[in-house]
Design a binder for this molecule. Structure first.
Ligand code: CU
Length: 141
């Protein structure tokens, strides 16, 4: 659905603003992938800090080992970003609002794609494991 999405978003922006078309008018183009692996045996995230920029498109690819059920959350980021979709095994969830959490009941990978819209430091964490090693920060500039 990426091509369809890019065309629908890009076309109106180009009509409305010639500057936007030359600059960063297509928010869904050239995504940057952020990878996160969750090791629940050692209680460790592969990455604990991501530096992001507002107005850029990111795909957060989260892989869980399935050893322990948990939910990944980042309430402040999700409140301060435009969320495009959540994809699980080629099944797409298109959002038009906030995402509460991404729960892994088993091993697997999902992605959530978004555009940060407001600078700030936003924590991400596995609910209930924040103080046991499963937390990190999105630094959005
Ligand atoms: Cu569940």
């Amino acid at each position: 659905m990426q091509v369809w999405f890019a065309a629908v978003i890009a076309a109106p922006l180009m009509i409305l603003s010639p500057l936007a078309a030359q600059a960063e008018g297509n928010l869904a183009s050239r995504p940057e992938t952020l990878e996160l692996s969750i090791d629940t045996r050692t209680l460790a995230f592969s990455d604990t800090e991501y530096e992001l920029e507002t107005g850029k498109y990111y795909i957060w690819e989260i892989t869980h080992d399935g050893f322990e059920e948990l939910m990944i959350r980042s309430p402040e980021l999700f409140r301060n970003a435009w969320i495009n979709q959540v994809i699980i095994n080629d099944l797409e969830v298109h959002t038009s609002g906030a995402v509460y959490g991404l729960e892994f009941d088993d091993e697997g990978t999902l992605t959530i794609s978004f555009v940060p819209i407001r600078p700030g430091n936003y924590e991400f964490f596995a609910e209930g494991f924040q103080d046991r090693g499963l937390s990190g920060t999105f630094v959005v500039r």
